[in-house]
Design a protein around this ligand. Structure first.
Ligand code: UDP
Length: 378
């Protein structure tokens, strides 16, 4: 065996596939009873294809990433659109010129639209915290609406922090769009794996040089010798590469502190009617304890009677009984993360990759891009 990979999400699976094709023998160790990380999807007891760890929608501007994944799946041509439920009124999110007209009416909307275009340019993407800096009363009014009705309560639910307190990159993911584009993402390539993510992973990992062991916590089999900077696997010195894609603080028993994460609790409901809501995802930006409701049929294009939805309840992450979905990007937390990076640095064969191991807010395409980059250097 040449390379050991811990975790079978996109980070681990992409590296595994590329190395396997180069002729390396690769072993993946996966703690869960399935492959695919948080992108894992499955059919529920009603036959509806659901995402077990919340909605995952693929989108990218990176052709290399798109082409690579296209080797393992065909695509369902899905354009993700999200609605906000604001006191019962359904509005397009991200806030765009359609939303502007709904909220302010045509006449005032047209005036505000002109001002937004004159200030930021047509098709601009303006983060809410940027919009708030404007000194124009018209733009201030728009910013105040967006802040209060789209960002404030949703962000409090999701992060237990105000929008101005979370890392700016987080709210900038959903900018105000100076266009009539109702899509959630504007990337060139977007879609859903035609037969689901799990199938995509099965295809990617289906290679004679890849061996996957499920239900196995890598901690049990790996020992780090900090004196000689050597790694032992199942009691034997292991000199190959180790690609680690899990939570690094957990892996090293929190020896340098617990990295904070946000977790989620999912509540699934099945209905016998054809559809439950108007959009694949509806964000509850001013009410409810959950942040959003996802209706999977929209995302997957599955043609089936009945429908399954999921409500997403943000949670504080306490321990390993939960899933650490999101890193919390504060300077303090990043400092602790850096300590872990320094801690493992002497092990030159040990690589950290992915949302957890890099303590980063990656999208799918970002992880695949990073994985493809990393394998070039190995
Ligand atoms: N956000 C918000 N209201 C919305 C959508 C997003 O306040 O209706 C903020 C919130 O802070 C959220 C962040 O923007 O955590 C990023 O949203 P995104 O939809 O990208 O989150 P993800 O799908 O990654 O959970």
């Amino acid at each position: 065996m040449d390379t050991l990979i811990i975790g079978s999400g996109f980070a681990g699976s992409v590296v595994a596939r590329v190395l396997a094709e180069k002729g390396e023998k690769v072993k993946i160790i996966e703690k869960r009873n399935h492959i695919g990380g948080n992108c894992y999807d499955r059919y529920d007891e009603h036959g509806v294809l659901i995402h077990q760890y919340g909605p995952h929608i693929f989108h990218t501007n990176n052709k290399e990433v798109y082409d690579f994944l296209s080797r393992f799946t065909k695509w369902y041509d899905y354009r993700h659109e999200v609605a906000g439920n604001v006191y019962g009124k359904i509005i397009p999110i991200p806030f765009n010129l359609n939303t502007l007209m709904i909220v302010f009416g045509e006449e005032k909307g047209e005036r505000l639209k002109q001002e937004l275009i004159d200030t930021y340019g047509e098709n601009a993407r303006v983060p809410i915290l940027e919009l708030q800096k404007s000194s124009s009363p018209g733009i201030q009014e728009v910013a105040q609406y967006v802040y209060e009705n789209i960002f404030l309560k949703y962000t409090m639910k999701q992060w237990n922090q105000k929008p101005e307190e979370v890392d700016q990159s987080v709210t900038a993911r959903v900018p105000v769009l100076i266009s009539y584009d109702n899509r959630y993402f504007q990337d060139t390539y977007q879609g859903m794996p035609k037969d689901g993510y799990t199938k995509l992973f099965e295809n990617m990992l289906n290679h004679e040089n890849i061996d996957v062991e499920l239900n196995k916590d890598a901690k049990e089999d790996l020992i780090f010798d900090f004196e000689n900077h050597q790694i032992f696997y199942q009691g034997q010195l292991f000199e190959g590469k180790v690609i680690f894609t899990g939570a690094i603080d957990d892996f090293f028993d929190h020896c340098l502190g617990r990295l904070p994460y946000r977790s989620l609790r999912f509540e699934y409901e099945h209905y016998s009617q054809d559809y439950y809501q108007s959009h694949g995802v509806v964000n509850y930006t001013v009410s409810e304890d959950y942040t959003r409701i996802t209706e999977f049929k929209y995302l997957t294009g599955q043609d089936i009677a009945g429908t399954t939805i999921v409500k997403e309840y943000p949670e504080v992450y306490h321990d390993e009984t939960q899933v650490p979905y999101y890193a919390i990007l504060s300077p303090e937390n990043l400092k602790m993360y850096q300590k872990y990076v320094d801690y493992v640095k002497p092990f030159s064969q040990f690589y950290l990759l992915g949302r957890l191991a890099q303590y980063k807010y990656y999208n799918i395409d970002g992880i695949v891009e990073e994985a493809l980059k990393l394998v070039q250097t190995l």
